[in-house]
Design a protein around this ligand. Structure first.
Ligand code: HEM
Length: 469
């Protein structure tokens, strides 16, 4: 006779077996299947190791070793990652945004930043279309406090890193949100702390559902997310009041996002998906507060050297004299632009672009099964001697004398801002901001490194010795 107890026991066993199968499939059977499919096509790589994959090895060293053979893959946990160096294939991966999507990272990341950078397909296309106009260059206005931080006479060593952070934070606050660094300060601080939690989370072993465990970190991450939401909600409410009163600037990012929300409300009866909801707007604000406040372009003074610095200053003085740099003049700066391009080549802030094949797809001679990651190792291409010549590691802005297409002969071998439909929406903003800041510094100071040290992201600040001109 079948009892309820027996039915419950059978159901529990079935659930346990299905869960066990899912876990085994995730950590072992699926990775092994993908590995076999890649090996059959002549790709080389380490054998799959449970959970960590190749992550425990020094990843860059492994990638370099891998490139001796060129057709190869590495392991990112349970997923194989194929490395692509051929410019034509890079172009293909970056153009087919529906087949090659951004991999979903650690779920904690959803509390860190979402918005445009993380969406796919139609939702991405809709948000991109709405946000694009906010980054038209003529919308950018800027303030500078450089003059305030250096005494009028003599030379002084200053750690410029916190000043650069404050500058970029102030610029994004003012240009995108009609606010100020002071008003956004708490948001920046919380977002920076959130970034640290996120980095630590992706460095540790991923446990499915781990974010629901009430650990100290997951509690803090949720708390930060709640605080950031309510701070942004406050900025939105303030803007809405100003809009009602008729004295708000509706052409900055926040204005454009809110306008889209009004259209969304108007269209609600017609069930059309037109604009953004307030929750979506808050997510976008979180993203732009974060992305806009980064200091990305490292112009290494050691590389720029006295001669290049003098050439850049000469150009800036020729175009602006001692006037504040303006938009048209910034567009005419050739030497400064070449220096920034070369800095972005040697010290690309983003080192690798990663995509996930979401369906079986042929790339060049290889058929990639769904679930394989594709890595476009920008940093290696930017230093490749076959592309840039024997002096690839030398800082030489002259490479960009004929612009990017001249330096790359029209190939996708240089893409600090990515390429194709998902190219960085903030690239003009970042270049404009860097040109403006560099021009203003060059107008007023000369600078040098106190000791030769160059890092992509200064771990211990960025001290410079400033001499009043
Ligand atoms: C030197 C400065 C910058 C560099 C090198 C840079 C680089 C990049 C790269 C490589 C991507 C593509 C990522 C991928 O597809 O996996 C990207 C996307 C993006 N960047 Fe930037 N970025 C810079 C500055 C900025 C600034 C200042 C902002 C905002 C004000 C910004 C906002 C974004 C956004 C929203 C995306 C996602 C675009 C989309 O998916 O449609 N970036 N950036």
């Amino acid at each position: 006779m079948v009892t309820i107890q027996m039915i419950v026991t059978i159901c529990c066993c079935a659930i346990a077996i299905s869960l066990l199968w899912k876990v085994l499939n995730w950590v072992w059977f699926n990775p092994k299947k993908l590995e076999n499919l890649l090996r059959k096509q002549g790709l080389k790589g380490n054998s799959h190791r449970i959970l960590y994959g190749d992550m425990k090895d020094l990843i860059m060293r492994h990638i370099y070793a891998c490139f001796a053979g060129k057709k190869c893959f590495t392991w990112m946990g349970p997923r194989p990652q194929v490395l692509i160096m051929d410019p034509e294939l890079i172009k293909e991966v970056l153009s087919k945004t529906y087949s090659y999507q951004k991999p979903r990272g650690n779920p904690l990341g959803t509390l860190f930043v979402q918005g445009l950078v993380s969406y796919e397909k139609d939702k991405w296309a809709k948000h991109r279309k709405i946000i694009n106009p906010a980054f038209h260059l003529e919308k950018l206005k800027m303030l500078s406090k450089w003059e305030d931080i250096v005494p009028v006479e003599g030379s002084h060593e200053i750690d410029v890193w916190p000043h650069l952070q404050q500058l970029t934070s102030d610029v994004i606050s003012r240009t995108a949100f009609g606010s100020s660094y002071e008003e956004g300060r708490k948001i920046f601080e919380l977002q920076n702390e959130q970034a640290q939690h996120f980095i630590e989370a992706i460095r540790s072993v991923y446990i499915p559902g781990g974010r629901f465990l009430p650990t100290k970190r997951s509690r803090r991450v949720k708390e930060i997310n709640k605080d950031v939401w309510s701070l942004i909600r406050g900025i939105i409410n303030k803007r809405l009041k100003a809009m009602e009163a008729g004295y708000a600037d509706n052409e900055d990012l926040l204005g454009i996002l809110l306008e889209s929300n009004f259209k969304e409300i108007e269209q609600q009866d017609r069930k059309e998906d037109f604009g953004m909801s307030i929750d979506e707007i808050i997510e976008e604000c979180k993203l732009f507060y974060f992305a806009g406040a980064r200091n990305y372009i490292s112009v290494a003074p050691m590389d720029t050297g006295a001669v290049k610095q003098a050439r850049a200053r000469e150009e800036v003085l020729q175009v602006f004299g001692s006037r504040k740099p303006d938009f048209n003049g910034l567009n005419r700066l050739k030497v400064v632009t070449m220096i920034l391009y070369e800095s972005l080549r040697l010290y690309s802030p983003v080192t690798t672009l990663t995509r996930l094949a979401i369906e079986e797809i042929t790339l060049g001679e290889v058929s990639l099964p769904a679930g394989v990651l594709i890595s476009l190792p920008m940093v290696i291409l930017h230093h490749d001697k076959e592309i840039w010549g024997e002096d690839a590691n030398k800082f030489d802005p002259e490479r960009f004398r004929e612009g990017i297409s001249g330096a790359t002969k029209g190939q996708v071998t240089y893409f600090p801002f990515a390429w194709g439909p998902r190219i960085c929406i903030g690239q003009n903003f970042a270049m404009f901001e860097a040109k403006m800041a560099l021009s203003m510094i060059l107008q007023t100071f000369s600078f040098e490194l106190p000791q030769p040290s160059v890092t992509v992201q200064p771990q211990y600040g960025a001290p410079l010795i400033f001499h009043k001109l």
